[in-house]
Design a binder for this molecule. Structure first.
Ligand code: ADP
Length: 269
């Protein structure tokens, strides 16, 4: 019976191995498909601004004798080129986040990151007539890549501003609960229909085309947020009601404060 036992176990193990290998192949195929889709979508999205750039360049040529029109076309050309550059930067960020590269782990002070993101959005917010209201500091730390997390917070605040009317407020708060650091960005903007709430995290997906287009977005911001946060073992939550506003919350595992901040570290020199 012992021999039979052993061979049965060997069979079970090899069965599991086959299953594991199969699963691995399927996972690889899924990743491969994801990459192919990404390249296809991206090329498609790049075609529109590139088309606009070449049309505008033609227009500049044909208006050569009319300085005012040349100036107007040149300005639009520059705006289109800037939009294209922004799109490419975001595509690169997302492709980096989707690669198998592990996260560079450092101690990251959340308050500093949030302050920097709020600071970066002050001008666009002022231009849109939206007031940024920063809540109290938390003193919380997480482990991860400050650049990736900073970009995620930045994207949420930029969206909150872009999809809010003049005269409204955007609140940015940090709190810690049960070992989870929560960074919430709450706006009083247009809100998101329930059917769109899951889909907006997909790359290139944009709710209500007409409105979105006016803001000149790319549809990549939230995909970047989602990937960056998931890579850090966190999640993004969304509450929204059309016409009332949206609150996006990034949740990350809390990390202990780094060594130098701990009392007693320098005890006895
Ligand atoms: P975009 O560049 O279009 O803003 P995102 O990926 O950042 O791309 O967002 C995807 C879509 O989700 C937007 O086009 C918009 O329809 C919706 N959205 C994102 N943030 C908000 C918000 N704070 N309020 C309302 N709608 C939002």
């Amino acid at each position: 019976t012992q021999v039979r036992d052993v061979s049965a176990r060997a069979q079970a193990i090899s069965g599991r191995l086959v299953l594991l290998v199969l699963r691995d192949v399927t996972e690889q195929e899924r990743l491969e498909q994801m990459r192919r889709d990404f390249v296809a979508n991206t090329s498609h999205e790049l075609k529109t601004p590139v088309g606009a750039v070449s049309l505008l360049a033609e227009a500049v040529e044909s208006a050569a004798d009319e300085p005012d029109r040349v100036r107007d076309f040149a300005q639009r050309l520059r705006a289109e080129a800037e939009r294209l550059a922004g799109l490419i930067t975001r595509i690169m960020s997302l492709s980096q986040l989707q690669s198998d590269q592990p996260v560079q782990m450092h101690d990251v002070g959340i308050d500093e990151l949030v302050d920097a993101a709020v600071g970066a959005q002050r001008l666009p917010a002022a231009a849109a007539g939206v007031e940024l209201v920063r809540g109290a500091h938390s003193g919380a730390f997480v482990r991860g890549d400050a650049q990736e997390l900073g970009e995620a917070i930045d994207n949420l605040i930029a969206n909150a501003v872009a999809y809010s009317p003049a005269g409204s407020h955007v609140g940015i708060g940090v709190k810690v609960e049960h070992g989870v650091v929560e960074i919430a960005v709450a706006d009083q903007g247009i809100g998101i229909a329930e059917d769109d709430q899951e889909r907006i995290f997909e790359r290139f997906y944009r709710a209500d085309q007409a409105r979105s287009r006016r803001t000149g977005g790319t549809g990549l911001g939230l995909a970047i947020v989602k990937h960056a946060v998931q890579r850090h073992g966190g999640e993004v939550r969304l509450w929204s009601r059309p016409g009332q506003g949206s609150t996006f919350t990034i949740r990350l595992p809390e990390a202990p404060a780094p060594e130098p901040n701990r009392p007693g570290k320098h005890r006895g020199k």
